[in-house]
Design a protein around this ligand. Structure first.
Ligand code: SF4
Length: 106
């Protein structure tokens, strides 16, 4: 009986800790650094945070949010990881020369 009570209390405490920690991690994730424009890889890829500003972009609808390398599939995040640029996050409105359209769901 005492063990059940102890396990119950332990479960409650772990649940409470998770409720405190999870939002903190979410906040930290929300404030991850954006890629820096002086990053050599960012320059080499011709990344711009506003796709409309790129002279190289041919497809006027192409931007990070529709790229297969963009980390946010929900379309709700203000920025997300790009699989090609490890130094920071990119904006959904961005674009670079390695853009590759994400396959559409069947
Ligand atoms: S590879 Fe795709 S997601 Fe990454 S910066 Fe280029 S366009 Fe954006």
């Amino acid at each position: 009986m005492e063990n059940q009570r102890r396990n119950f209390l332990k479960t409650i405490m772990l649940g409470a800790a998770a409720l405190v920690v999870a939002p903190a991690l979410r906040i930290q994730q929300a404030f991850a650094d954006l890629v820096k424009s002086d990053d050599p890889l960012v320059k080499a890829l011709g990344y711009v945070s506003d796709a409309k500003q790129s002279k190289d972009r041919k497809d006027k609808k192409a931007q990070c949010s529709g790229c297969q390398f963009y980390g946010d599939l929900s379309g709700k995040e203000k920025q997300a990881k790009c699989q090609l640029i490890p130094s920071g996050e990119v904006q959904p409105t961005g674009w670079c020369r390695s853009y590759s359209a994400r396959a559409k769901k069947a």
